[in-house]
Write a protein that binds this ligand. Structure first.
Ligand code: G16
Ligand code: MG
Length: 217
């Protein structure tokens, strides 16, 4: 029986991928190469430093660690500037309604994000009060597909993994949920998220009743 819902942030509750994209593209352009929206797909759910490594491989650049730290910090400054202007209008369709429904039905809720900027985003959009536990990139030592972020979330809620369901838009996140022995609902397209128990286009399609579909799986 499902007792807790764990949510990824970017791509599930808010669309911050566009801000990550603009900042990474600006960095790539400064380094002398292009970075497309298709390239950006590879960064979804991936940690900041791993994202930089992917970006540098696209530009065929190999840099020293100190230089990489500097570039990641520069990208993050631009990104933080973008998210500082976010508000509740940037919550994705159905997300707030489903979080409210979870709480009205006695389900626990947790955030499980790779981002070190999750608190800024939650506070600016007004989503912070909807979570019983918040685990983000400042709490974890291993990034998705490592299951750490979701295991910590379930522990803080005091709910066993098999009674948890993770909502994820990234392949790495689905794998993390699987490795945590949790149920998993994909947000996006079946083509990339086939490892989920089922896939929906957005949380606007989700209801508490639909969680029963997981019991039958
Ligand atoms: C998000 C994004 C990733 C980003 C990562 C780290 O993860 O999907 O593209 O690279 O966070 O973000 P930051 O640079 O802010 O620490 P999630 O897990 O919320 O989808
Ligand atoms: Mg995501």
């Amino acid at each position: 029986h499902i007792q807790a819902c764990l949510f990824d942030l970017d791509g599930v509750l808010v669309d911050t991928a566009k801000y990550h994209y603009l900042a990474w593209k600006r960095l790539a352009n400064e380094l002398g190469f292009d970075f497309t929206e298709q390239d950006n797909e590879r960064l979804k759910g991936v940690s900041r430093m791993a994202s930089l490594d992917i970006l540098l491989s696209i530009g065929r650049l190999t840099l020293e660690d100190a230089k990489k730290q500097e570039l990641a910090a520069r990208k993050n400054d631009w990104y933080v500037e973008s998210i500082s202007r976010m508000d509740h209008t940037e919550i994705l369709p159905g997300a707030l309604e489903f979080l409210q429904a979870c709480r009205e039905n006695g389900l626990k809720t947790a955030l499980g994000s790779a981002s070190k900027n999750a608190m800024t985003i939650l506070n600016n959009t007004g989503l912070t009060p909807y979570f019983d536990a918040i685990i983000d990139g400042t709490h974890t030592s291993s990034a998705k597909p490592d299951p750490e972020v979701f295991i910590l979330g379930a522990q803080e809620l005091g709910i066993s993994p098999e009674s948890c369901v993770v909502f994820e838009d990234a392949e790495a996140g689905i794998e993390a949920a699987r490795r945590a022995d949790m149920n998993c609902i994909g947000i996006g397209s079946l083509a990339t998220l086939g490892q989920a128990d089922f896939v929906i286009a957005s949380l606007a399609e989700m209801t508490v009743e639909r969680l029963d579909q997981l019991e039958q799986a």
